[in-house]
Write a protein that binds this ligand. Structure first.
Ligand SMILES: CC(C)(COP(=O)(O)OP(=O)(O)OC[C@H]1O[C@@H](n2cnc3c(N)ncnc32)[C@H](O)[C@@H]1OP(=O)(O)O)[C@@H](O)C(=O)NCCC(=O)NCCS
Length: 158
């Protein structure tokens, strides 16, 4: 399932890619850009996906290094015959931005999910992440819906 465009190869991640994926994610998913806490980028996102759903973990390789990745999962809902796919993390090295790497990753991810029997794909990102929203709309996603995150501190001030 290799996909090549101008020397960019899309393939399934192997165990040797995990450190590179993690460090690229640290670069791409900065706390400022991904400010909600319900899901934070850490090594367990990488190792957990690799352990449970390695088929949903893709990398883009160029110049003999990982320059992008897509990590996702499938979701079964009770009382629904449908299977949903969630593209949880999509990241491209800023040095390779807007060269089609994200698009290649997404198209391959979509193909893998289709083969798995997924009927609908979900993505989520911050409302001010215009790059990602543009990107996803360009790939056919619509109906963006706002979510509100609220916090309650439980520790008393001393
Ligand atoms: C979103 C992201 C994966 C896109 O990767 P990419 O390789 O640059 O995407 P592509 O080259 O395939 O597609 C480019 C298109 O995406 C959109 N886009 C990408 N970056 C953009 C930016 N900075 N501003 C506006 N639109 C942007 C545009 O539609 C663009 O098309 P154009 O260049 O013709 O205007 C990448 O910007 C990224 O890693 N962002 C940080 C992590 C993130 O937010 N991930 C998504 C949520 S998990």
């Amino acid at each position: 399932m290799n996909d090549q465009l101008n020397g960019i190869e899309i393939r399934r991640a192997t165990i040797d890619d995990l450190a590179a994926i993690f460090h690229l994610g640290e670069k791409v998913f900065t706390a400022q850009d991904t400010s909600n806490l319900y899901r934070t980028w850490d090594e367990y996102e990488v190792t957990g996906t690799f352990n449970s759903e390695p088929e949903h973990m893709l990398v883009a390789e160029a110049d003999d290094r990982v320059v992008g990745f897509a990590l996702g999962t499938t979701i079964q809902k009770a009382r629904s015959a449908w299977s949903y796919g969630h593209l949880v993390w999509l990241g491209v090295d800023p040095e390779y931005a807007r060269r089609g790497v994200g698009g290649l990753l997404f198209e391959q991810f979509r193909e893998v999910m289709t083969e798995t029997g997924v009927r609908m794909l979900l993505v989520d990102t911050q409302a001010d992440n215009h790059a990602a929203i543009n990107f996803f709309m360009r790939h056919g996603f619509d109906n963006p819906t706002d979510h509100v995150y609220m916090t309650l501190y439980l520790q008393k001030d001393n």
